[in-house]
Design a protein around this ligand. Structure first.
Ligand code: HEC
Length: 251
């Protein structure tokens, strides 16, 4: 997908809808993210028409995260665009890539130069990229209240266990580093297993799922999990879904 500065104002989700809020990205690469690109700030900005609250205006081009866009790259064939993944924790949560094709992030960094950028780079560049990415630290979620889980998130923590989420997303990294078919694959990727992503900092990487089809956390848990293949959520009340989403977004 070709992207220009202008397009960055309208970010498409997997199903082609445009999300109506501005990306304040300087677009120096697909892994730079507007810091307040999150469900929380989206609500703050568009529904209430005011900027993020004091102390929550994160920098626009925090590097190493995601640009919220889908990219249809040649390395896994054409016609199956993937939502950019944050590179946070990628070196401690192998395998790498959405389809887990690289055994570890170091391999993915080198393969990315070759197969995505079509470049031949000296090994020292790859080592420098590895070192940089290893230095990235998670930013505390704006869903925390004075650094702690809110009441709703505490209730959500129990549901996270009850619904079976913790099996594949165990703390502290919230990934068991395996891949699963949670029935999110479509078309040529039907029945494909995807790498279990870490949920750390997931509050800032909307849209969700490998093709960005879920515009909100609640959508991950409802609209896109009709068969309960991705945790058992169909028996949860609306309030419980809200609490579970609050907990996940607090990581
Ligand atoms: C069987 C293992 C498994 C279980 C159980 C599971 N997940 Fe996942 N989770 C995955 C996999 C695999 C993906 C990637 C799917 C995709 O991208 O299409 C994923 C993706 C996600 C994402 C999207 C993250 C992103 O950055 O796009 C969220 C959020 C999530 N899971 C939360 C949950 C919650 C909450 C539960 C419990 C209701 C749960 N998961 C249960 C394996 C699992």
């Amino acid at each position: 997908m070709g992207v220009t500065d202008k397009d960055a104002d309208k970010t498409t989700t997997g199903n082609g809808r445009f999300l109506p809020y501005r990306v304040c990205d300087t677009r120096r690469g697909s892994h730079s993210i507007p810091g307040w690109w999150s469900e929380k700030s989206k609500v703050t900005k568009t529904a209430q028409g005011s900027p993020p609250p004091r102390g929550r205006a994160y920098p626009c081009n925090t590097r190493g995260r995601a640009d919220a866009l889908n990219w249809d790259l040649l390395n896994d064939g054409i016609g199956n665009p993937k939502n950019t993944r944050s590179l946070l924790l990628s070196h401690v949560t192998p395998p790498a890539m959405i389809t887990a094709v690289r055994n570890r992030a170091e391999t993915a960094v080198r393969a990315g130069s070759r197969h995505i950028q079509f470049a031949v780079r000296p090994e020292k560049d790859a080592v420098a990229i590895d070192e940089y990415l290893k230095l990235l630290k998670p930013v505390p979620s704006p869903y925390l209240v004075k650094g702690r889980l809110s009441k709703a998130a505490k209730r959500g923590r129990k549901i996270f266990k009850k619904a079976g989420c913790a099996r594949c997303h165990p703390s502290p990294l919230y990934t068991d580093m395996n891949k699963y078919n949670v029935e999110t694959g479509k078309g040529m990727e039907k029945n494909l297993a995807f790498d279990t992503p870490t949920l750390v900092e997931v509050w800032r990487t909307v849209p969700y799922l490998h093709d960005g089809r879920a515009a909100t956390m609640k959508e991950v848990l409802t609209k896109h999990n009709s068969g309960d293949k991705h945790g058992v959520t169909s028996n949860l009340t609306e309030n419980e879904i809200g609490d579970l989403a609050e907990f996940v977004l607090s990581q």
